[in-house]
Design a protein around this ligand. Structure first.
Ligand code: NAD
Ligand code: AHE
Ligand code: ZN
Length: 368
């Protein structure tokens, strides 16, 4: 079949809208009509050329929601008509990682996914007979996609696609990092570095679990009002507080119990660790840093009890947890609506990247 898609031809170049050929689902795979997709900073990161795994030409996008249109042989958990959120972190429930119960990082298809291919080592997209690669196993900047059954969370049918697509990455990553990775407890003090599409969800997660002080840090003063609406109690702009670690320690009698880095900058990663309370503070890295960047700190920071952790997809097990997060939205336990600042047509997708770079959007959503 044919599908309309925004194609990334090379690093740094705008996406172009193409009509691609799409092969149907093979055993264990499903064909999904993507109804809406968010634009995450990680899409920009890969498009910029900073991603060591970035491959071109490819169809980017990993924050979608849609409807199953066809299933391949052997698919048992999905049928045509099911509403789904594609998962860049699948959940096979069989691999060593899934069975460990210690991580959400299912590795069943990670190798081929990182090479822009389906599990059988081939691409389903092509143009003029030449393959166009998949991205993160999802490629939601295409109106139709093929992906493995284990990489689809089945969701309720009354959930609006143009909102819950954001649960495919940003909402789950932010809230999940608080509740699944850090397991923040009521009364804890929290610092959130970066108040964009991820950081604001960390803030709403921290408020959900009853955190005490929720300190937001961002260079963009425009982020303060939205962050306060989502539960931030204190705002610090590094332009006004050159020693941000000291400013956070002063606000919290020695440091926060938990910090979250939601920028992807190795300098703020270090600050996020060092603003944690001696003896027990934990810092969670969510931001994705560009190729070649490394983190550093004095080992004494760890010797004296601070812990450095990372979180991918909020530590969520997609097929299990994503449908629950959709329920939280439908039950009005979480607010997603206010974070979706722009809705665009696929033809205008490059504008979505421009808005992100200019700090003018929280989330732009492409509606097919
Ligand atoms: P975003 O562009 O919406 O937000 C980034 C925010 O950081 C902006 O508000 C910006 O003003 C602020 N910022 C930038 N530099 C800063 C600095 N030096 N000090 C203070 N604030 C600064 O991005 P997003 O979609 O929220 O993504 C944030 C990061 O999280 C990215 O690196 C993205 O790749 C990553 N990410 C990781 C996961 C994961 O699973 N680990 C999932 C999604 C996104
Ligand atoms: N290819 C990148 C890795 C980027 C990365 O860490 N991705 C996150 C999700 S970001 C979503 O917006 C992730 O899930 N990582 C775990 C994994 O297995 O990729 C690089 O830097 O190499
Ligand atoms: Zn993302």
């Amino acid at each position: 079949m044919k599908t309309k898609a925004a194609v990334a031809w090379k690093a740094g170049a705008p996406l172009t809208i193409e009509t691609l050929d799409l092969d149907g689902p093979r055993p264990g795979e499903v064909l999904v009509e993507v109804m809406a997709t968010g634009i995450c900073h990680t899409d920009y990161y890969t498009l910029s050329g900073a991603d060591p795994e970035g491959l071109f030409p490819a169809v980017l996008g990993h924050e979608g929601a849609g409807i199953v249109r066809e299933v391949g042989a052997g698919v048992t958990s999905l049928k045509p008509g099911d509403h789904v959120i594609p998962l860049y972190t699948p959940e096979c429930r069989q691999c060593k990682f899934c069975l460990s119960r210690k991580t959400n990082l299912c590795q069943a298809i990670r190798t081929t996914q990182g090479r822009g291919l389906m599990p059988d080592g081939t691409a389903r997209f092509s143009l003029d007979g030449k393959p166009v690669l998949h991205y993160m196993g999802t490629s939601t900047f295409s109106n139709f996609i093929v992906a493995p059954e284990i990489a689809m969370a089945k969701i309720r049918e009354d959930a609006p696609f143009d909102v819950v697509c954001y649960i495919g990455c940003g909402v789950t990553t932010g809230i999940g990092a608080v509740i699944f990775t850090a397991k923040v407890e009521a009364g804890a003090n929290v610092a959130v570095f970066g108040l964009g599409g991820i950081g604001l969800n960390v803030i709403q997660g921290a408020r959900m679990v009853g955190a005490d002080k929720i300190i937001g840090i961002d260079l963009n003063p425009e982020r303060e009002a939205m962050a306060r609406k989502f539960g931030m109690t204190h705002f610090l702009n590094p332009k006004d507080h050159p020693n941000i670690v000291d400013a956070i320690q002063q606000l919290t009698d020695g440091g926060v119990d938990y910090s979250f880095e939601c920028i992807g900058n190795t300098t703020t990663m270090r600050q996020a660790l060092e603003c944690c309370h001696k003896g027990w503070g934990q810092s969670i890295i969510i931001g994705v840093a560009e190729a070649g960047k490394e983190i550093s700190t004095r080992p004494f920071q760890l010797v004296t009890g601070r812990e450095w952790k990372g979180s991918a997809f909020g530590g969520a097990r997609g097929r299990t947890d994503v449908p629950k997060i959709v329920d939280w939205y439908m039950d009005r336990k979480i607010n997603i609506d206010d974070l979706i600042t722009h809705r665009l047509k696929l033809e205008d997708i490059n504008k979505g990247f421009d808005l992100m770079k200019a700090g003018e959007s929280i989330r732009s959503v492409v509606v097919y």
